[in-house]
Every structure is written in C-alpha cells, then in structure tokens.
Design a protein around this ligand. Sequence first.
Ligand code: 0X9
Ligand code: ZN
Length: 437
Amino acid sequence: MCYKIVCSLLLCLLGLACSSTSSSNLAGYEGYTKYTVQHGDESAFRYMVDLQTNDTDVDFWLLTRNMSVLTVGPQRKPQFESRLSQLGVEYQTQPLMDLMASLEANSTYADAEDLDECQPGDCESERPRNRQRRQARGFFSHYPRYHEILNFMSGLAARYPQYCRYESLGRSNEGRHIAGLSISLNQRVRPRRVAYIQAAAHGREWITTQTVLYLAYELLSNLRAFQRVLNDVEVFLVPLVNPDGYEYTHTTDRFWRKNRHRFAGHSCSGVDINRNFANHWNYQGASQNLCSEVYSGTAPNSEPETSAVVRYLEFNRQRVKLSLDVHSFGKFIFYPYGYARNTVPPTVGTLRSVASRAASQIGKYRGTRYTIGTSASILYEASGSLDDFAYGSLGIPLSYTVELPGDEFHVPSYDIIHVCKETFAGFVEFIRHVSLY
Ligand code: 0X9
Ligand code: ZN
C-alpha cells in the first residue's frame, strides 16, 4: 500500500514508470536499449541521418555530426549492432529501463515533501511574498501537467493584471488551449516590439516548458529590475505549443515527440510540428511516412498547433523582432538556415553575435557552454522548422532554436530550477536586443 502511494507520488512528480503500474508512460519499453554512438566519418553519419528520417524503429534523441543518442527495441537490436560493427563505429549501450530507474532514484523525496507545504501553524502568518516564493520553488521542482501549467499562467495574469495578459492562440488537435502570456510594462503603448518565445513543440522535451514559465515568473516578480528590458518590448510566451503530445508523454509514452493528429485507417499518428512550417516544407530531413518521427504532415501548416503559432506571428509580423523556439537537448543555439547546409543568411554576423552574448550570460551561472551555428552544419538538415519560417518567410531578424542542457529528455527534478535560472539569463540577453530593431 505504502509502496503504491510512494510510487504514484513519484510517478506524478517525475512522469516515470513504476514497475507495478500497467498504465505507465514506459509501458512497452521493456527490452529497449539506449545507444550512444561515436561516428567520426561522413558515411556513418549519413547512415544515421537516413535512419532518423526513414526507419521508424529507431528513435533519435540526439544526432550530431560526431555522435548520436538513440533507442532501439529488442527486435531490431541484433541487426542494428551488426550494422554498427560493419561501419566500424564505437558505441556504448544502456538498458533503457535501467536509465529511467536511475533517474528516478536520483530525484529526491525531499523535493516532493518540499513542494507546497509550510509548517503547521506557520501557514496563516506567512507573508504573501514568502508564500509565492515557496509555491514557485515547488512549481519548479517537478514537471507540471497541462492544467497545472494553465493555472500557473492564469494565476500570474491575475496577480499582475497591469503587466500580464493571458490568452489562447487556438486549440490543439485534441481541443486543448495553446496558451500564451503577454508581458510588458506599458500595456497601453503601441506598437511595441515583440520578443516571441515558445517551448515544447516536441512533447517529450518537458524541461523547455519550465524554463519559459520561469522566465514569466521571474520577470513579473522583479518588474523593477527589468524595467529597462521591458520598457518598449512586449514579451510573448507560449510555454506549451504541443499540449496533446506533452500530456501523452505523461500518461502513455514518455518518448512521444509529435502532436496527436489521428489519421483514419492508420495505426500511426502524429505530425512533427517542427517539420510542418511553410518554409522549404518537406525538402530535407523530413518524411512523408506518417509513422516517422519527422513526419511533416499532409501540407505545410496543416496542423492546428502550427497554424495557431503562424496566425499569431503573421498578425504581429511588423512587431516581432525575436523568435526563440526552445527545445531539448544538446546545449546548442541554432540560427537559420536549417533546411540545407552552406546556406548562409545575410545577417549571419548579427545572428552569431547575439547568440554568443546570450550563451555567455548563460555560462555565468555555472559554466554551461553552448555551441552556436546552424543546425544543418552541427546536426542535420531539417526543413519546415519554426526558425527558418520566422527568419526566411516572415523576416523576423532574430530567429533561433535553443537546445537546452541534459543528457536525455529527463532533467532530474533537483536540476530543473538550475536549468531555469541559467537559461533565464540567456533569454533576458536575447530580449535585450529586441529594442535595437
Ligand atoms: O530536429 C529538430 O526539430 C530540432 N532538434 S530536436 O532534437 N529538439 O528535435 C532541431 C531543429 C533545428 N532547426 C532547423 N533544422 N531548422
Ligand atoms: Zn525538439
């Protein structure tokens, strides 16, 4: 009994499986292996790129020119390992369930106990500001569900009605709100330049939502300190672009990436939102196989999640000067173009220098080092992404994809707040540059 309660508490906090739970989000992953592959030469890299695009049994968590992190099911394991040997590449393996269990073990019970509690008798006398801080500490030491996220956002808007507006950009495939927060000091002064920041286009990248919510929380809690940054800039935040995919990773499949579009007569579902934007749609690094992790959809902008974002950006096209799409993981800041290698944007100097400044601000917290470049040269070519669309199709001058730190999608709960704090410094640096346009 006690084991079950502790288990469900952990499940709720971590979104990790408890072996006795049949409806867990890791069900079906028994026997899966995580591979870390070092592939120095081009042919091995090309093989990996081909797998990522065309092989639906292999799930890439990270794919760079030099190394990959991926998972493979028990059936494909022998064939995959013999191919790796033929290619002469080095690799390490770890049973996926062992990894998830160790992540669970590394997340402390203290986090759970600390969440929203105050000592009996102290609660009534606690100052509102202290209570808010304590609740925020709790919020940033676990991974909240969709409703908790919406409550947090609407709570901020209710607490700071002069400076913060909560709105819905539209609804997802399954009817959930794609919620946004507008933060600015001068709500009535128009037009203001906009810094647009979104997260969790990929359902499994949980830490991304937390960093964007932390940005909202921290800006609003310290409005005076950020007066100069916010004076003539509106910060528009969409912390959960893919709410259906995100919820699905909590309830059913921890490693779900796409949205939850169902196709009649097909067992596979979901479109990769970051391949669905209308810039070189389906040109490279995307697939028309709807079972693929990088399925680009039936047409550019076919998905309600994509079109909600596009509608907002097109409507505010003249004002939006920054578009940041927050992903996980790898510690990269990518600027356009991602659709092809050796396509250099005309303003590459500015794009690089703003990114370097942001990276150096992030590094000040605890030395985290980001790599800056185009995703096509550091990772792989991938077209139909938000960064290329914002820059190439809408002319938004500062357009980036940020890949947060982590060795896998699950940043341990004790580290959430630190990733939020270091990333916050980078976000503020990006936002600072908006007023220069
Ligand atoms: O592949 C992606 O969509 C991003 N990486 S992730 O591991 N989070 O899935 C990178 C996208 C970079 N941008 C472009 N290729 N344009
Ligand atoms: Zn992603």
